[in-house]
Write a protein that binds this ligand. Structure first.
Ligand SMILES: [Zn+2]
Length: 390
């Protein structure tokens, strides 16, 4: 069941998918997970990309054999696409798989979760990077075979088992953790705008947890990146993979995404953007969202927040501009195309409390690093002056 409207009264019947049924977490957690996996099925199909399958095989293969499980593995391709899912459903049928094990980053886990949902099978997620909270959530994003975001699907439940093995996550590049930090801090900037005024207990809780998540990442990210595998690093991984997922679970769809993700979705339609990671585009999208709030609402808090984020991005290496995303050379018509996708009538950008049109979005996208202009502060702080400023 899709949770699309958190403004509904609390009595509306909603299916809450808050957390995985079981989580096994720690250094070498995978080695201790054989029994829990064996309780869920006998013929698992392992779904992942080449890198993740190679990394996990020496650990997972013997573990499954020890528990007398007959397993098959399949590469999901390059994206969580309809074609990839159709191919995998075929493999599920021919192999008579009765359990899906997803291994890898966001796209691999999204594919595995949706495959399990469509095949009515239990699902185990084993993240090999801290780039997203996909290992936790009851949501999958569908992309075209060319990597353009198409739509998301709400799943019937969160995974049956999540195995968070720090030793596996440590094998991933630092850049992926940095991107995960960008994706996780977006929760505060998006949820506080779309749901900050909600009176509903679960939404209030989710928004407050998003602030806690942001503060943990502000405080610990720099140290964590200096000591991969260390204690602070583990806390930051817990924040990007677990706490970020929990916030999505408690808050439902409206606490997940607003303009930052809408900008990401628009950018995925530019082939030049495919060299950058989900969380990198989302991090840039937060700056764009704040610019929109500054430009269209005269919001001084948004201006301050953007300056704070620019400093944080400098420290940990998140992109601040289109140029940082490798999009410095795109044409105006390409930029316009991405803005039109982001402003489509179904886009999450319309969860902002004001209307946004492509002209305004393009203006925000090219001005993410504009410095604070003290002489204009008084002018834009009064709502009645907004029209003049625009
Ligand atoms: Zn995201």
């Amino acid at each position: 069941m899709k949770q699309t409207n958190t403004c509904q009264p609390a009595t509306t019947i909603l299916s809450l998918n808050i957390a995985p049924t079981q989580i096994i977490r720690g250094k070498n957690a995978l080695a201790k997970s054989g029994e829990a996996i064996a309780l869920l099925g006998n013929n698992p199909l392992i779904v992942g990309g080449d890198r993740s399958l190679n990394i996990i095989q020496p650990h997972l293969g013997p573990l499954l054999q020890n528990h007398h499980l007959k397993f098959t593995q399949a590469n999901y391709g390059s994206d969580c696409s309809e074609a990839s899912l159709a191919n995998l459903r075929q493999i599920v049928t021919t192999q008579k798989a009765d359990l899906i094990i997803g291994v890898g980053g966001g796209k691999a886990l999204d594919t595995a979760k949706l495959l399990a949902h469509q095949s009515h099978l239990p699902i185990v997620t084993i993240p090999t990077s801290a780039g997203t909270c996909a290992a936790w959530t009851a949501l999958s994003n569908i992309y075209s075979d060319q990597g353009a975001f198409l739509y998301d699907v709400s799943l019937a439940k969160c995974p049956d088992l999540l195995i968070l093995d720090y030793s596996l996550i440590k094998t991933g590049p630092a850049r992926i953790l940095v991107a995960g930090i960008g994706d996780a801090i977006a929760k505060w900037y998006e949820a506080s705008v779309s749901s900050g005024h909600s009176e509903q207990t679960m939404i209030v809780a989710a928004v407050q947890q998003a602030r806690v998540l942001r503060d943990i990442l502000f405080q610990k990210s720099t140290v964590a990146l200096q000591e991969p595998g260390g204690e602070t690093w583990q806390e930051v991984v817990d924040a990007t993979v677990l706490l970020a997922g929990l916030i999505g679970g408690i808050g439902g769809a409206q606490c997940r995404t607003v303009a930052a993700h809408a900008v990401h979705n628009g950018l995925t339609h530019l082939s030049a953007s495919h060299g950058t990671l989900h969380g990198e585009k989302v991090a840039y999208g937060i700056l764009v969202q704040l610019r929109l709030e500054e430009m269209l609402q005269g919001n001084q808090l948004a201006m301050t927040a953007r300056q704070q984020l620019l400093k944080f991005y400098d420290e940990i290496g998140l992109p601040k501009t289109l140029g940082d995303l490798g999009l410095g050379e795109i044409s105006l018509s390409e930029l316009w195309g991405a803005a039109e996708v982001a402003c489509h009538s179904n886009s999450d950008i319309h969860r902002l409390p004001f209307r946004v049109i492509p002209e305004q979005l393009v203006a925000a996208m090219v001005s993410t690093t504009v410095p604070q202009e003290p002489e204009k502060q008084n002018l834009v702080s009064k709502p009645e002056m907004l029209d003049k400023r625009l």
